[in-house]
Ligand binder design. Structure first.
Ligand SMILES: Nc1ncnc2c1ncn2[C@@H]1O[C@H](COP(=O)(O)OP(=O)(O)OP(=O)(O)O)[C@@H](O)[C@H]1O
Length: 253
């Protein structure tokens, strides 16, 4: 695959914690516009892989390429500037801010004008307009001026995605975006993710297989730090190796 066609690629990523190998030669590719799911049992190394991609963890060897650029040596902030954004399993929001305030702040931060009140009003208006557009895209405009703490949990998780979108990412990594969200809200949350523009490529970790099969265009199965198989949902559904991994597990990881 040429560098023109992929948004993100890892090449032979390896990472150990003592004797535990959390990444065993992991090479994955996210084409532009991807909606890929990363699944696997508990402790398979899913979050570690996301951390290796974002720079939270340094690999022992291997490379991370974003839009053709080798970002392996960049720090986390520079990876965000290069177009890599993520959300976490646990809510990271400010409860007292409203969504429009929070997203506008994130946009001004990206523009390098956070805290610069002497900047022209026009640039602040631009930031507010961009924040509104993000909230509309996430179906949060109705609650834009309410304090974050009164939002439904699913809306709070969407707001986190909004903060990531404010960095104008090419690649969005979502670590269990529906974690803690009531069942009734999680499909809505995923349909918003699926409808994001095609120039944003998405890799999401998700435990709920019905959501994975409904929303992923491709599925990467990670087991013991290594990629067991990567394929389209229909292929994964009938793959005996995947069935064997999940068979007999009280809790699907
Ligand atoms: N900083 C660390 N130091 C040592 N071991 C770690 C560290 N971070 C993760 N691990 C271990 O690495 C393994 C992989 O963890 P990771 O969180 O990546 O798995 P996961 O697939 O995301 O699991 P889950 O589905 O439970 O979130 C686990 O056994 C975990 O305990």
């Amino acid at each position: 695959m040429s560098t023109e066609t992929f948004a993100l690629r890892t090449e032979n990523l390896r990472k150990r914690f003592g004797s535990l190998e959390v990444a065993r030669d992991v090479s994955i590719t996210l084409p532009r516009g991807a909606r890929h799911a990363l699944i696997g049992p508990n402790g398979a190394g899913k979050t570690s892989l996301v951390n290796l991609i974002t720079g939270q963890l340094a690999p022992d060897s291997g490379r991370v390429l974003l839009d053709g650029q080798d970002i392996t040596r960049l720090d986390r902030a520079d990876r965000v500037k290069a177009g890599l954004a993520r959300t976490f399993q646990i809510n990271q929001l400010f409860p007292a801010l409203t969504p429009i305030e929070a997203i506008t702040l994130a946009v001004t931060e990206r523009m390098g004008m956070a805290g610069q009140f002497w900047r022209s009003l026009a640039s602040h208006e631009d930031a507010i307009a961009e924040a509104w557009a993000i909230l509309v895209q996430l179906r949060l405009s109705d609650v834009a001026t309410r304090p974050t703490r009164v939002l439904a949990y699913g809306q709070q998780r969407l707001l986190e995605i909004g903060l990531a979108l404010a960095t104008r990412p090419k690649v969005l990594l979502l670590d269990e975006p529906a974690a803690g969200v009531p069942k009734g809200e999680s499909a809505e949350l995923f349909s918003v993710i699926a409808a994001l523009p095609d120039d944003i490529s998405v890799l999401f970790i998700e435990h709920d297989m019905s959501l994975v099969f409904r929303f992923a265009s491709r599925i990467i199965v990670l087991v013991s730090g290594g990629v067991l198989v990567e394929a389209e949902p229909d292929v994964i559904r009938t793959d005996q190796r995947v069935r064997d991994v999940y068979l007999g597990q009280a809790h699907h990881g």
